[in-house]
Design a protein around this ligand. Sequence first.
Ligand code: AMP
Ligand code: MG
Length: 481
Amino acid sequence: MSLSCFDPRFGERMLSVDEALSVLGESLVGVMRTPRSERVALAQAPGRVLAETVISPLDVPAQTNAAMDGIALAQASLSDAASGELLNGRGELSDHCQLSVIGSSLAGHPWTGRALAAGEAMRITTGAALPAGADTVVMQEQLEYRSAQGEGEGLCEGLVDGDAGERVVIEGVTSIRRGQNVRQAGEDIARGSQVMAPGQWLTPAAVGVLASLGLAEVAVYRPLTVAIFSTGDEVTAPGETLPAGGIYDANRFSLVALLRDQGIEVLDLGILSDDEASVSAALRDAATRADMVITSGGVSVGEADHVRSALAACGELALWRIAMRPGRPLAFGMLRATPADAESSSGQVPFFGLPGNPVATMVTFLQFVLPALRLLSGQQRLAKAEEGASATTLAQWQAPRLQLIAGETLRSRAERVDYHRGQIVLDGQGRQVVMTTGRQGSGILTSMLLAECLIEIPAGCATLHAGEPVMVQWLGSRGIV
Ligand code: AMP
Ligand code: MG
């Protein structure tokens, strides 16, 4: 987009959510820096962003091993044994055969003796290394052990050490495939291969994979610090007595939680009164200590909007009119800053002035602030991200979109996207459909409490009928991202 978002003409027209995201992405490119990194113990790594390339120092699994309890053998020796020993009376290949058991390979106690020869097998437990000469594992349920004297026949349940000279009868020989029930060394991760790249969000699975490589610590990016404050003379901290006309401060708490969930360090600057001098001082101070500043309330056109005038004095401000509900108005700006760590800073700190209504605060955070934070924190999409999406395309960091069926008729103002709070339920035919959570006002914060997803009713669609397909933004199984 050629027009800078700080150009006065910019605010003249209504932006779509996608346009706003792309303008935001372009503005943030100028302040993007590779965050500094530090090494942490693996147990401290979940929720952090990887800062190094991880090359596997070993094969995972390290050795070829059994995926089942049973016996290890060379598959080729089965057909020899079956045809040589146990042809049945009609001249057909028998479906069972007998091998002699020469010992055991147990998990953690691999067989160290000689390789298996033709006609031999070895007891093996799940995870135990395959002995030399074996390529296949036959599971316990297909086996019958016989002692050296031919007595005590019967299915063997346990895995006691085999007597010398013990034999095993295998059922279902013809269906045994070479390599079955065997995990090949390096089949998950090959030694020397790249496992992760910088920018990987360290999920539970990611730290599990790092541990499986034997890594005890890992380099991660330093978390971003985000300063937040609430504004409004009526806004009261929980725990205080609510004055006449007061409202408890919900936004600071939902924002802190959303930020912490992203591994962000939060600088909570409390509640500011509607007073330009205090807002201005707080913004200046925050800009020297944080990588981003977020406020809620005080940016609407009609009210005494000290955030706007204070911001105009200490940075650049764009007031966005975005065709969405809830979510208007939204302010985006750049604060001038000389942070303590000037080297790693561009001298500009992004600022979001979110609307004060609690649902609007959360919805705009999810649409714009969350993607911006993921970009600035150095996160990269995994290798399987669709090709063509450049690293700075913010839309890729929004909550994932899924198509569901509307379980009820949904109405919206035609000229903007509506984000209804939705729940996914089963209808009478067992299909998953999406229903709204009930009342949808932007002050009804309990609608977010109930929400599993945001139902997107696109601009240009006044009525969406029950049974029609509808897109939702999935907020995650824990309620929200
Ligand atoms: P504003 O954007 O300042 O005009 O606020 C819009 C509405 O949101 C008003 O009803 C405010 O009282 C309410 N509001 C603003 N800040 C908060 C907050 N931190 N927690 C709960 N409600 C708020
Ligand atoms: Mg206000």
